[in-house]
Design a protein. Structure first.
Length: 211
């Protein structure tokens, strides 16, 4: 049963990876945004680990100081008991001092290790933040170039359409107007011709009547 679930999980995972690969091939900007979101989530996880390490360092410091205070207190009490000849109290105080001092030494070592680890984590965290910032800036640069490329492509396409279709329409319109002008001029000449002929005919009749 476990093997079946494992195979199903592997199959689904492979399908998801294939889908992501296809998306990346189709749209690199989308893939980059997805990767940056994942990186931001990882950065948030690291930030929480850094904060946790800082709290651990503070706890180690607190435990170290408490243990050292008790160890110092017991050694003073042991000296007092020794001077007073209280052997049993002296031995108890020395035993307690040993236990507290061992705890203090252990907490001090743990604190020093925590401080060293915290320093390394903080450095790596800062490095991660710088790299993510650089990636975001790089994405902005690439998106700017992509916008320019898309805008240029759109402008070129519109220019080509303007160069082809509208000017061919202008040619059609010009031919249409020339046709109208021809018809108008023809009609005007025809009308004026008829008028001139009528005038000539009247003049000729008047002359004949006078003669």
């Amino acid at each position: 049963m476990t093997n079946i679930f494992t195979r199903i999980k592997d199959s689904v995972s492979a399908d998801l990876h294939q889908i992501m690969d296809n998306k990346e091939a189709q749209n690199p900007v989308t893939a980059l945004n997805h990767y940056l979101r994942q990186s931001e989530r990882e950065k948030e996880k690291v930030r929480k680990l850094v904060e946790r390490q800082y709290r651990l360092k503070e706890e180690f410091t607190k435990e170290y100081l408490q243990a050292q205070d008790l160890a110092d207190k017991r050694i003073k009490q042991a000296k007092i008991a020794e001077k007073a000849g209280e052997l049993e109290m002296y031995e108890f105080a020395m035993k307690e001092h040993g236990e507290y001092q061992a705890r203090a030494d252990r907490m001090k070592a743990s604190r020093e290790e925590a401080v060293e680890q915290l320093t390394i984590l903080e450095q790596k965290y800062e490095e991660m933040k710088h790299k993510l910032k650089d990636m975001r800036l790089r994405r902005m640069e690439l998106m700017g170039r992509e916008n320019i490329a898309r805008a240029s492509h759109q402008i070129n396409r519109v220019i080509e359409e303007i160069s082809d279709k509208p000017f061919s329409k202008f040619g059609e319109l010009e031919r249409y107007i020339e046709g109208l002008e021809y018809k108008v001029n023809s009609a005007y000449y025809k009308n004026t011709f008829d008028s001139k002929i009528d005038k000539l005919e009247r003049e000729m009749r008047n002359k004949e009547n006078e003669g």
